[in-house]
Write a protein that binds this ligand. Structure first.
Ligand code: AMP
Ligand code: ZN
Length: 303
């Protein structure tokens, strides 16, 4: 069966013509229409309503992350090409004058800036780990989180955004608890997406690790089946991952010094939904006219 659109460009033209997204001068950066945001908010509430851990704290993160925490995630080692670092001005009046001079001359004014104590968030759950208790309780630490993420993506595909939101269900605990969390979420995530009329296939996946060292990481991630993606067909060109179920082993336990009762580094897992991408997948599946969507889907999303 063919996808609703032949190529990413066709889908982009369609969502722009429908006014759902408004393009900026930069690929991957769009304004969202009020209707699009209403659907996205409905999706966010619907995902939240699938929670099974009713006592897990729910947290909405700002789009920035303390630089020191970001470095502990090792993201810059694996994905330097996706990172967004923030620069700020801390100069004197004289420095400001020099900055304005460079700006006027068309020179590089950013040389007068310096790295801030924050970076743009790299993944939803990265903001969580530094705020967990160092000693993870026997029943594990769970959280339901949402936050803006930045990735320096390029290209005309409107599902490949630079700034987007992730909604995640996270667990940090023993290896068994973490794997159990991920594996119990996979059928639940499939059911909730299917209930919205999407037909994702679940695939063993890998992250786009950078460079030669990254190729080894990819092999390890695939072999150990650490990551599964929920992939839908929006275009004939390539599948689009709208959600992922991840087992991070003890990576964040080690780098954030989180231990379980036996003194071992804690293991982590998260079920992550991309809110903009899933909303785009809904428009691709049901058409660009919200009024014509199946009534049960509209009811589930409250729009
Ligand atoms: P990941 O941590 O890479 O597995 O991403 C989790 C989810 O975020 C993906 O399944 C997508 O739904 C979404 N996502 C990742 N990258 C992008 C992007 N560049 N634009 C929009 N959504 C994205
Ligand atoms: Zn996560």
């Amino acid at each position: 069966m063919s996808a609703p659109y032949a190529a990413p460009d066709d889908f982009r033209t369609a969502v722009l013509d429908a006014g759902l997204l408004v393009a900026s001068a930069v690929d991957g950066v769009y304004q969202l229409s009020g209707e699009f945001e209403d659907v996205l908010q409905g999706l966010q509430r619907h995902l939240g309503s699938q929670r099974v851990d009713h006592d897990a704290p729910r947290r909405w993160f700002p789009p920035v992350l303390p630089r020191a925490e970001f470095l502990r995630t090792d993201y810059v080692a694996s994905f330097p090409d996706l990172v967004g670092s923030v620069d700020v001005f801390r100069g004197s009046d004289a420095e400001h004058k020099a900055l304005l001079g460079d700006l006027e001359q068309g020179c590089d004014w950013t040389q007068h800036l310096e790295p801030a104590e924050i970076v743009l968030s790299s993944a939803g759950c990265h903001s969580l780990y530094a705020t967990l208790p160092a000693q993870i309780p026997d029943e594990a630490s769970r959280a339901e989180i949402c936050g803006f993420v930045f990735r320096h993506e390029s290209g005309p595909d409107p599902t490949r955004l630079q700034s987007f939101r992730m909604y995640e269900f996270v667990l940090v605990g023993t290896p068994e608890q973490a794997l159990g969390h991920r594996d119990s979420w996979m059928p639940r995530a499939l059911a909730v997406l299917e209930g919205l009329g999407l037909r994702p296939r679940v695939e063993v996946a890998h992250d786009p690790f950078f460079g030669r060292a990254g190729r080894m990481l990819v092999a390890g991630q695939v072999e150990a089946a650490l990551k599964y993606e929920f992939v839908v067909d929006i275009t004939d060109a390539t599948g689009t991952a709208i959600a992922s179920a991840n087992y991070q082993q003890d990576h964040f336990g080690r780098t954030f010094s989180l231990t379980t009762g036996d003194g071992q580094p804690a293991h982590g897992a998260c079920m992550a939904f991309g809110l903009e991408r899933t909303t785009l997948a809904l428009y691709a599946a049901h058409g660009l006219d919200l009024a014509a969507w199946p009534a049960d889907v509209r009811a589930a999303l409250g729009c």
